[in-house]
Every structure is written in structure tokens, then in C-alpha cells.
Design a protein around this ligand. Structure first.
Ligand SMILES: Nc1nc2c(ncn2[C@@H]2O[C@H](COP(=O)(O)OP(=O)(O)OP(=O)(O)O)[C@@H](O)[C@H]2O)c(=O)[nH]1
Ligand SMILES: [Mg+2]
Length: 302
């Protein structure tokens, strides 16, 4: 949740949202992009876990790009919606991530494991379209994790993608943008190639100056701006005297504080939640149908 304090004069940010099925390495990859261990790894995000809703969901890396911040938002797994009692909490977690990445992500990392046949049974293309709209795929990058498992089987990544991977429709819809990683370790020096490729792709998407525009993001952004306005005087008094950058840089700083509050203060999350709830209700319902379909297939195939 905390952000590092260097480079206060950046005026731009790239907002990146990480999504995918459970246990595909989302938080591990978020940590690699953050350059720090800020996202809990290996801790279940399910509703049964002790502190699922208090997990950090965002971090701003200010050192990885010149003149730009990289906001990393680690969404909860999209398919933990196993029963109707979990809906409310799951929606709240999704709502928080929508608010954290407002006014909309420049890019989505869609994280899938090379080692999990279950991934292939979900229609990922349909799921992204359901949650964010079809245009989101234009800004999505597929990330295949667990490539170490392929190496253990003696299979090259290229062979797996060309011959075994069932996500060809998704890859095509994402303009064949994909990355591969063994995210089981967080040694940045061993991820230089992944980081370079990620930043090149993220910059390309950012340069298009296009973020997802949907009614849900428009409404949540309006609500956040309303809350920012309420805090404007207070923030000016608190931060302007020591602030060296432009007004644009100051607005970025203000949003950073808003995001920190959003993670900390349930009351802010509540107001934002009410705004996105009406959009998320049908989305969660539709995801539930997908999970049910998957569970039925699972039973049939076992
Ligand atoms: N072998 C291997 N293990 C990995 C890889 N990436 C992550 N892991 C391990 O898989 C487990 C889950 O990783 P997380 O990063 O917590 O996965 P997640 O997608 O955030 O999990 P949820 O938030 O619960 O859905 C941890 O034990 C990681 O160390 C990988 O590329 N290869
Ligand atoms: Mg996680």
C-alpha cells in the first residue's frame, strides 16, 4: 500500500491491473514489478482466509520508469466466487481495485499458469469482456507464469504456446502480446528480461493515450474526484509548502494519498463501493455462472 518517496516531480503514471484465476502468481509478479515485497504471496485470497480484505492491493513504483510512475494493482482472483455468501466480500474486493485503478487502467496483465489445466477450461476472453468490456482486450497482455514447470517437463515455452496452449483465441484478441515468467523467486536481477519487455509493452499501450472508458470507471472517477475536492484545502496546507513539482505532479501526489486512504479507510471504500456495486452485481453473477459451468465440467471429467 505504501509508495516509495523518490521522484516527486513525475507528472504521468501508467496504471496496470493484474487479474487472473487463483494461484497463478499474480502477487508474485506484482512484487517483481514493484521491486519490493509489498503484496502477500502464497496467502489465500479466499473469503475463508483470516485477512483477505486487508491485503495490500496497490503500490506505486516511482523508480522503474523515467518521469512516470508505475501503479500496480493486484486484483483478487476472479474465480473465488464459489458460493453465494462470498459475493458481497468478493464484490467489495473487486470494487476496491476498480477504485484504485481509476480513472481506468492503461493495461491489464492477464496472468495464467502454464501448469494448470484448469485455466484452459475458463473462457478467459469472455471473462475479461464481461468484467471490463471487449475493448479491454486491446489493452491486455497475457502473462504465462510457471514456465519453470515446462522446463521441468523438458518442453520449450514456444512449443507449449504453439502446440498445447488452449488460449489461442485470447492471444489473438490481445494482438499476440504476451510475456512469460518463472515468478517463483523475487530476485529482480533474474527478471531483467521480463521487466524490459513489460515496460516496453506498457509504454506502447500508454502512448496510445487510451484507457478503458466505461460507465463504471466514469462514475467511480467522479466519486473519487468529489472526495479529492473535499480534501483539496487540507492537502494544499499539508503538502504544498514543501512541494517542488508542477500542479500536475501535485495532482498525482494527491491521488496517491487518496489511494492510500482508500486502502486504509473503510468509509471511503464504502462510498466508492456503493458507486460500483450496481455495475459489479451483474458481473459477479455472470462470473458465478462461469464457475458453475467449470465445476460441472470438473465433476463430469473426474
Ligand atoms: N513454480 C512456480 N511457483 C510460482 C510461480 N509464481 C508463483 N509461484 C508460487 O505460487 C504460489 C502462489 O503465488 P501468488 O503470487 O500468491 O499467486 P496469486 O495468483 O497472487 O494467488 P491468489 O491471490 O491467492 O490468487 C506461491 O507459493 C508462489 O511462490 C512460478 O512461476 N513458478
Ligand atoms: Mg495474490
Amino acid at each position: 500500500m505504501t509508495s516509495d518517496s523518490s521522484s516527486p516531480t513525475a507528472t504521468e503514471e501508467i496504471r496496470l491491473l493484474l487479474i487472473g484465476p487463483p494461484k497463478t502468481g499474480k502477487s508474485s509478479i506484482a512484487n517483481i514489478l514493484a521491486g519490493l515485497n509489498v503484496f502477500p504471496v502464497g496467502i489465500s485470497s479466499s473469503v475463508n482466509s483470516a485477512t483477505p480484505t486487508t491485503q495490500s492491493r496497490h503500490f506505486t513504483n516511482k523508480k522503474i520508469l523515467v518521469g512516470k510512475h508505475l501503479l500496480v494493482v493486484d486484483a483478487p482472483p476472479l474465480f473465488i466466487l464459489k458460493d453465494s455468501t462470498s459475493n458481497d466480500q468478493d464484490m467489495r474486493r473487486l470494487a476496491k481495485c476498480v477504485a484504485l485503478v481509476s480513472p481506468g487502467p492503461h493495461a491489464i496483465f492477464l496472468i495464467l499458469s502454464c501448469d494448470d489445466a484448469k485455466n484452459e477450461r475458463f473462457d478467459m476472453k469472455q471473462i475479461v469482456t464481461t468484467v471490463f468490456g471487449a475493448e479491454a482486450l486491446d489493452q491486455s497482455i497475457v502473462v504465462f507464469s510457471f514456465i519453470d514447470r515446462l522446463q521441468q517437463k523438458g518442453m520449450s515455452v514456444d512449443d507449449w504456446i504453439n502446440k498445447e496452449c488452449k488460449q489461442q483465441a485470447l492471444l489473438e484478441a490481445c494482438g499476440h502480446r504476451y510475456l512469460v515468467i518463472d515468478s517463483s523467486h523475487n530476485d529482480q536481477s533474474r527478471h531483467i528480461d521480463f521487466l524490459n519487455r513489460s515496460l516496453t509493452m506498457l509504454n506502447e499501450l500508454w502512448k496510445r493515450e487510451r484507457i478503458f472508458k466505461s460507465k463504471m470507471f466514469d462514475d467511480i472517477e467522479q466519486e473519487i474526484q468529489r472526495q479529492e475536492k473535499n480534501r483539496w484545502d487540507l492537502f494544499q496546507k499539508k503538502y504544498v509548502p514543501n512541494f517542488q513539482g508542477s500542479e500536475k505532479a501535485f495532482r498525482l501526489l494527491l491521488r496517491e494519498h487518496m489511494r492510500d486512504e482508500l486502502e486504509r479507510e473503510p468509509i471511503v471504500a464504502e462510498a466508492d463501493y456503493l458507486v460500483v456495486e450496481k455495475y459489479l452485481q451483474p458481473i459477479v453473477k455472470s462470473l458465478l455462472q462461469e464457475v458453475e459451468r467449470y465445476l460441472e465440467e470438473e465433476i463430469v471429467s473426474t
